[in-house]
Design a binder for this molecule. Structure first.
Ligand SMILES: [Zn+2]
Length: 139
C-alpha cells in the first residue's frame, strides 16, 4: 500500500488521457513540441458550474479535469481552444493573457491568446486558428 501511494504521489503512476481529448492533445504537442504526460479526465461538473475545465496543481503532479456537461455542448473549435488553454497552464506554466493585451490580434474583438481568461469565441478560433497555435508555442 505504501509503495503504491508513493508511486502515485510522485507522478510515476501512469497518466490517463480520455480518448476524446487525444486529437486536441496531439494538436498541442505538434504545435509546441512538448509532450503531454498528465491525466486529463471528465468530471460531471464543477461546484461552480461556470467552470468548463481546470488545471489542478497537486503536490507532485498536475492534472486536468473537464466538465462533461459543458464539453458535450461545445463545437470542435471550442474544445480545441479549451484543451490548449488548460495545457498552456499545466504543461507550459502559462498564466492568463487578458483581453486588453490583444496588441497583435489579427481581427478586432478576438483575444490575442487562447490563454485569455475567457473562452475564445467560436468564430474567432476558426478564423485565427493558425495564429492561436503559433501563439501558444511561444513561451
Ligand atoms: Zn485559465
Amino acid at each position: 500500500m505504501v509503495i503504491a501511494f508513493v508511486l502515485t504521489a510522485t507522478g510515476c503512476g501512469k497518466s490517463y488521457i480520455e480518448p476524446e481529448f487525444m486529437p486536441y492533445v496531439q494538436t498541442f504537442e505538434d504545435a509546441t513540441g512538448k509532450p503531454v504526460n498528465l491525466t486529463i479526465r471528465f468530471i460531471k461538473q464543477f461546484n461552480n458550474d461556470n467552470i468548463k475545465a481546470k488545471c489542478w496543481d497537486r503536490v507532485f503532479t498536475r492534472d486536468i479535469e473537464v466538465s462533461e456537461k459543458h464539453w458535450s455542448g461545445m463545437s470542435p473549435s471550442l474544445k480545441e481552444a479549451l484543451i490548449l488553454h488548460e495545457l498552456g497552464h499545466c504543461v507550459l506554466n502559462r498564466g492568463h493573457i487578458k483581453w486588453e493585451d490583444k496588441i497583435n490580434a489579427p481581427y478586432n474583438n478576438c483575444p490575442n491568446s487562447v490563454m485569455d481568461p475567457n473562452s475564445v469565441p467560436d468564430w474567432c478560433y476558426e478564423q485565427n486558428r493558425r495564429h492561436y497555435l503559433e501563439e501558444i508555442s511561444r513561451i
